[in-house]
Design a protein around this ligand. Structure first.
Ligand code: TYM
Length: 331
């Protein structure tokens, strides 16, 4: 039997995959995929909570899938697929819905933020979103969920739902843990370093996309907002420089304190260019590989289909057990 621990994670296909997603999530998935039984999906059902233009949405989802492969997620090592192609996600979600309180779901910070931002479209899905996420995770009996810090609260809710279900119906779900990187769990906007870097930011200078070209990446870092003074240190009153230090540290696999030493006495201008160059060098192969993958739709489809089959097989094992536990009939 396979004794590797299992990891599961996903990204919503909206906008473009950013440096924040890369450092907070995908780069860790890539590193972990050899040592863990790994499942990575495109969270396209989650993305429907906001209105999407269908043709553009379809293209974005496919592009994200190609970017997963370009970033080094390997279908030989991991199950990679689209959430919407595995019906067990939503089937389990329903049963979990009946074991989740409206009060819990409506307390989620992301629900409150998104409701405030999209007051004309506070749909059921927006509130139910973390329950779908719980289903994504629990149906695979996952051990660890590698995510950025913004998903921590959703992971806590997932654990609460799992524990409650287990107490009510008997041991059914493994209770998963969040796996949050020590450096880069929250990469901030290059234009407003007090806010999270977001893939749907209307200002493209606020984020770096993993498929941006070198000149664009360097330009965005040159324009990055820094702080007053000239010290290159991680400090609360220096959110801009701290963010750049964390980015450089995560990309070059160094501790932030080493980065402070490396650039001690140098100006912000020099440092910004150095960070831009490091990121551009790390993303250059991704951009190249992306061009190759996105041109080969047949290959993408074959990986996605095979991934969905494997995911459905694993998920069905849990779902069958869950249905039995809650007393649904099976013949
Ligand atoms: P999403 O699509 O917002 O983000 C994908 C992943 O990237 C991380 N992340 C960041 N990390 C560091 N700095 C940032 N600025 C930054 N922005 C995003 C996120 O923490 C996340 O790990 N609900 C999830 C998708 C999801 C999921 C799941 C994840 C659906 N089902 C099951 C894990 C397990 C989301 O919207 O992530």
């Amino acid at each position: 039997m396979d004794e590797k621990k299992r990891i599961v994670s996903g990204i919503q296909p909206t906008g473009t995959i950013t440096l924040g997603n890369y450092i907070g999530a995908v780069n860790n998935w890539r590193k972990m995929q050899s040592d863990f039984d790994s499942i990575f999906f495109i969270a396209d059902l989650h993305a429907l909570t906001l209105r999407r233009e269908p043709a553009e949405f379809r293209q974005t989802a496919l592009s994200f899938f190609a970017q997963y492969l370009a970033m080094g997620l390997d279908p030989e090592k991991a199950i990679i697929y689209f959430q919407s192609q595995v019906h067990q996600h939503t089937e389990l979600q329903w049963i979990l819905n009946c074991n989740t309180y409206v009060g819990e779901a409506s307390r989620m910070t992301q629900f409150k933020d998104k409701s405030a931002k999209h007051a004309d479209n506070i749909n059921m899905g927006l509130m139910d979103y973390p329950v779908l996420m719980a289903a994504d995770i629990l149906m695979f009996q996952s051990d660890l969920v590698p995510v950025g810090v913004d998903q921590k609260q959703h992971l806590e809710l997932t654990r609460d739902i799992a524990i409650r279900f287990n107490n009510r119906y008997g041991e059914t779900f493994k209770v998963p843990e969040a796996y949050i990187p020590t450096v880069g769990a929250k990469i901030c906007s290059l234009q407003d370093p007090t806010a999270k870097m977001s893939k749907s930011d209307p200002d493209p200078n606020a984020y770096v996309a993993v498929i941006d070209d070198e000149a664009t990446i360097i330009r965005k870092f040159k324009r990055a907002v820094t702080d007053s003074g000239n010290e290159i240190v991680v400090r609360e009153d220096k959110p801009g420089v701290s963010n750049l230090i964390n980015i450089y540290a995560a990309i070059c696999d160094k501790a932030p304190s080493e980065v402070e030493k490396e650039f001690a006495g140098q100006g912000y201008g020099t440092f910004k260019i150095a960070v831009g160059e490091a990121v551009a060098a790390a993303f250059e192969p991704i951009r190249r590989e992306y061009a190759r993958y996105i041109a080969d739709k047949e290959y993408l489809a074959s990986v996605a289909k095979e991934g969905a089959q494997k995911a459905a097989y694993l998920a069905e094992k849990t779902l069958r057990k869950v249905k039995k536990r809650v007393g649904l009939i099976s013949f």
